[in-house]
Design a protein around this ligand. Structure first.
Ligand code: G1P
Ligand code: ZN
Length: 544
């Protein structure tokens, strides 16, 4: 098979962010754009000759043509074998699982996570290393540097491979295997959770659930695992067919973007348990009957109940949470006598801790929960973990959460997002607040006394790398926190995220409404940073 070298000129905007290179589809469709970036990935890797590469994506628009390009270029760059999920499908956690299980060199995941898809939507390319996790910054930086110098890329002239049949094909010297995207992942879930107990729960006829796959990648996974293997009633999985534009929706499992599920769970005949996952299957939302479980609480509750799941029966080595995630998990860690690590936002910061065996569970407030079973957050895993806990405790979701609060106290928590605000104004607001941080400690605002304030900086305990500028933190005397940070994943303007938290030990106050309870702190956040004045917005776009 002939290798063709195609002359090209660099693009200057191919710096991968925390979740890979994410751009509008139109940007990726420019001639040579995808090819340049893929060649930059291959050039940044060493010793790929004869190695195995895993390729798959969330099924969004442009997934299939991109896979053809990536596979042909892999053949021209010397890979020995490529494993592709059938139909080009692999959820992000399943890709991580396959990379690990098949001892692959790495993998390319095509996804823009929860961002809308379709010809006018977003697309993304992310490289994961051999441990199954996102490439660390030194690797993505090497890719970016390469992309700025690239003058040619290599590919092979060949007909498109058949993505839809489970079989082996050849591209020159390289083997292409189309694999069942669910098999390895489902087998891993069976090892971790008590499938018999969950099966009995569904079989009892007394327990019903709805899982909203949001027309995204988890449809086939949820159908196979929940309805086929665990015997959940047919129809448990809704929106289970992956569509290239996610049915026009915004595949982000939260109270704003999953209104269909939220309505069902708030209805008079709501099932016992509701859950949803995002575009690429790494996020999760968990709901009880007329009850929302915050992701921060979910992490804490799974940690407190971990021994009920066979995969975690021996206990947890430690827990990690991103800095803006509520401190609920810290209290569980304390009770268990284990460490709770506080990392910057982004899943990649958990990788070293997981690899070193320092933590077993980790999570973020942004609907991400996971463990050392893969190196990505994992939506369906979290749902199965909850099912395992419910099956063992034989309690309603709300009762499990309320008992948890009674034992550990409740962290009232909310996140306010101001999306697509003017970048310069947002930057300026942050800069000004940063310069005033040192003056804040000791200030009293109504009932609240500021204890300390800083710009969060993290030193990785394993490789000692330092990540600074990770968000402005204002910490109060009674455990309240206000945090400001700018999103690193948006594709238009800036997104300001404001995280507000308080702590309440008294069970008689646990029934209070979150927004009402936090209202004085929310007002204080605006007063301290001048959000309304700077952004020109009088309210957030999304409240979680
Ligand atoms: C957001 C979330 C963050 C998550 C990331 C990728 O990033 O806040 O927790 O890791 O998406 O899913 P942000 O837009 O805040 O930078
Ligand atoms: Zn995602």
């Amino acid at each position: 098979m002939d290798i063709t070298t195609v002359t090209t000129t660099p693009f200057t905007d191919q710096r991968p962010g925390t979740s890979g290179l994410r751009k509008k589809v139109a940007v990726f469709r420019q001639p040579h754009y995808l090819e340049n970036f893929v060649q930059s990935i291959y050039d940044a890797l060493e010793g790929v000759e004869g190695q195995t590469l895993v390729v798959g994506g969330d099924g969004r628009y442009y997934n299939r043509p991109a896979i053809q390009t990536i596979v042909k270029m892999a053949a021209a760059n010397g890979f020995g074998r490529v494993l592709v999920g059938r139909g080009g499908i692999l959820s992000t956690p399943a890709a991580s699982c396959v990379i690990r299980k098949q001892h692959a060199y790495g993998g390319i995941i095509l996804s823009a996570s929860h961002n809308p898809g379709g010809p006018d939507g977003d697309f993304g390319v992310k490289y994961n290393i051999g441990n199954g996790g996102p490439a660390p910054e030194k690797v993505t930086e090497a890719m970016f540097q390469r992309s700025k110098e690239i003058t040619a890329y290599r590919t092979v002239e060949a007909p498109d491979i058949d993505l839809d049949t489970l079989r082996e094909q050849r591209l020159g010297q390289m083997r292409v295997e189309i694999i069942d995207p669910v098999a390895d992942y489902a087998a891993l879930m069976e090892e971790l959770f008590d499938f018999d107990a969950i099966h009995a729960l569904f079989n009892s006829g007394l327990f019903h659930m709805r899982f909203d796959a949001m027309h995204a990648v988890t449809g086939p996974y949820a159908l196979e695992i929940l309805e086929q293997r665990l015997g959940a009633q047919p129809g448990t999985v809704m929106n289970g067919v992956p569509l290239e534009d996610f049915g026009g929706g915004h595949p982000d499992p939260n109270l704003t973007y999953a209104p269909e599920l939220v309505e069902i769970m708030n209805g008079a005949t709501a099932p016992d348990f509701g859950a949803a996952s995002d575009g690429d299957g790494d996020r999760n939302m968990v709901l009880g009957r007329r009850f929302f479980v915050t992701p921060s609480d979910s992490l804490a509750i799974l940690a407190a109940n971990a021994k009920l799941a066979p995969g975690y029966a021996h206990g947890l080595a430690g827990i990690a949470r991103s800095m803006p995630t509520s401190c609920a998990a810290d209290r569980v860690a304390e009770a268990l006598g284990i460490e709770c690590y506080e990392t910057p936002t982004g899943w990649k910061f958990f990788g070293n801790l997981l690899d070193a065996g320092k933590v077993t569970l980790c999570g973020e407030e942004s609907f991400g929960t996971g463990s050392d079973h893969v190196r990505e957050k994992d939506g369906l895993w979290a749902v199965l973990f909850w099912l395992n806990v419910i099956a063992k405790r034989q309690q309603a979701v709300e009762d499990i959460v309320r008992e948890h609060w009674t034992r550990f106290g409740r962290n009232f928590y909310t996140r306010h997002d101001y999306e697509e605000v003017d970048s310069a104004a947002a930057q300026q607001m942050m800069t000004e607040l940063r310069t005033r941080l040192a003056t804040l400690p000791g200030q009293r605002h109504g009932d609240y006394v500021i204890d300390s304030a800083d710009d969060f900086s993290y030193t990785d305990p394993i490789d000692h790398s330092v990540s600074s500028g990770q968000g402005l933190r204002i910490l109060f005397a009674e455990g309240e926190r206000i945090i400001f940070r700018l999103s690193g994943t948006g594709t238009a303007g800036a997104t300001l995220r404001v995280y507000v938290e308080s702590y309440e030990l008294d069970p008689s106050r646990h029934h209070q409404d979150t927004q009402e309870t936090l209202a004085p702190l929310i007002a204080l956040a605006d007063q301290l940073a001048g959000i309304r004045q700077r952004t020109g917005r009088d309210r957030p776009t999304v409240i979680t």
